[in-house]
Design a protein around this ligand. Structure first.
Ligand code: ATP
Length: 211
């Protein structure tokens, strides 16, 4: 599903992450690592937000460097601490993402309804609490028909009921469309609710499967 080719990410001269010839099959993965180990750097690189040396291939063929538009349509990302233009409403942002990601008409409604966002989705995001912002960022990450959804610390700021709903969205997309997920989290992910394929550890500037 995802292949790293001579991947190197440096901040200034500081090497943050080096991944050589590493492949990840389809599935749901939990990315672990201590603070500062490189989890966000990894997810932002895969999302195409950070520049890096080397290449990342989706499904062995779609290169983030050579087919950037096609790749980005198929890889969605929700940041750990999302920031959006404050004057736009949630609904306007959803419409923008839906268009950019070629989402089926009305796809967002299931997510707005199940996460119970109807009361505020038409308000400017500048009026949102951190949990409301987080839920909006999660809805945006589910727009379109991505092959891979990257969720950086999806559990922070959302309440227990919303966490169960998020788990159901992940299981639904994985079971029905085969969408893969990379989730970074310091909190335990519910193995009972999510079919976690494997755990991935970011350590010593590299990435490895935890046996
Ligand atoms: N913009 C930046 N400029 C310079 N160094 C950076 C930058 N962003 C991250 N780093 C460094 O890269 C390393 C990895 O950071 P990253 O944010 O990816 O870690 P993380 O595993 O997501 O951490 P946390 O669990 O605290 O969120 C750290 O040493 C950090 O100091």
């Amino acid at each position: 599903m995802l292949k790293f080719i001579n991947f190197r990410k440096l901040y200034g001269g500081f090497p943050a992450l080096k991944i050589d010839g590493f492949s990840i099959d389809s599935g749901i993965y939990w990315i672990k690592g201590v603070n500062g180990s490189g989890k966000s750097t990894l997810l932002k690189s895969i999302a195409g937000i950070l520049s890096f040396e080397g290449d990342i291939l989706l499904d062995n063929s779609i290169s983030i460097k050579k087919q950037p538009v096609e790749y980005r349509k198929l890889v969605n990302f929700a940041e750990a601490e999302p920031i959006f233009p404050e004057f736009l409403t949630g609904q306007e942002l959803i419409a923008l993402f839906a268009q950019a990601k070629d989402a089926p008409v009305g796809q967002e409604q299931h997510y707005i309804d199940t996460m119970q966002m109807q009361a505020y989705v038409n308000r400017p995001v500048g009026t949102y609490s951190s949990g409301m912002l987080k839920k909006l960022s999660l809805v945006l990450a589910f727009m379109g028909k991505p092959k891979l959804i990257l969720l950086d610390e999806p559990l922070i700021t959302i309440d227990t009921a919303s966490l169960k709903i998020l788990n159901s969205w992940i299981a639904e997309r994985y079971n029905q469309e085969g969408t893969s997920f990379l989730l970074s989290s310091h909190q335990a992910l519910e193995h009972a609710e999510l079919p976690i394929a494997r755990e991935l550890l970011v350590e010593n500037q590299t990435l490895q499967f935890i046996a």
